[in-house]
Write a protein that binds this ligand. Structure first.
Ligand SMILES: *[C@@H]1O[C@H](CO)[C@@H](O)[C@H](O)[C@H]1NC(C)=O
Ligand SMILES: *[C@@H]1O[C@H](CO)[C@@H](O)[C@H](O)[C@H]1NC(C)=O
Length: 116
């Protein structure tokens, strides 16, 4: 019976220290990443990431930052791929339109323009 209570007391005693520690590790990492990410944006993003807030050293926060960036890059790549698909469809429409207009021009030039 004593052991679980001791563990809970120990956890409560350690918790604020861990929270302050992870926040300062995030702050230190963001200070290092300043050339790549604006500081406030960096702190905001990393503070909302479970892996970053659980990290106890700069390397752990950096690993979380790499994952977050990879997720965002993958999402941007999907948007770009969708845009390329849509542009490809548009290219098809405009190609068909040019072909139709060329056909109409041939008919007009040949005097085939009477409305039936
Ligand atoms: C970390 O930075 C934030 C925002 O700049 C600040 O509010 C917080 O007090 C800092 N924490 C530590 C432990 O330095
Ligand atoms: C980063 O992503 C890899 C692969 O998805 C995963 O194994 C690893 O635990 C992640 N690390 C962090 C710190 O989020």
């Amino acid at each position: 019976m004593v052991q679980p209570i001791a563990i809970v007391l120990l956890a409560v005693a350690i918790a604020p220290v861990l929270a302050a520690g992870s926040s300062s590790v995030i702050n230190a990492t963001c200070a290092e990443l300043k050339p790549l990410w604006p500081y406030d944006y960096c702190v905001g993003v990393l503070s909302g990431d479970p892996a970053a807030t659980a990290a106890t050293d700069l390397r752990g926060v950096a690993a979380a930052a790499v994952n977050i960036t990879a997720t965002k890059a993958a999402s941007t790549l999907r948007v770009i791929s969708d845009l390329v698909d849509e542009l490809s469809t548009c290219r098809g429409y405009y190609g068909n339109m040019l072909q139709s207009l060329a056909d109409v021009r041939v008919d007009l030039d040949a005097g085939r323009w009477a409305i039936q």
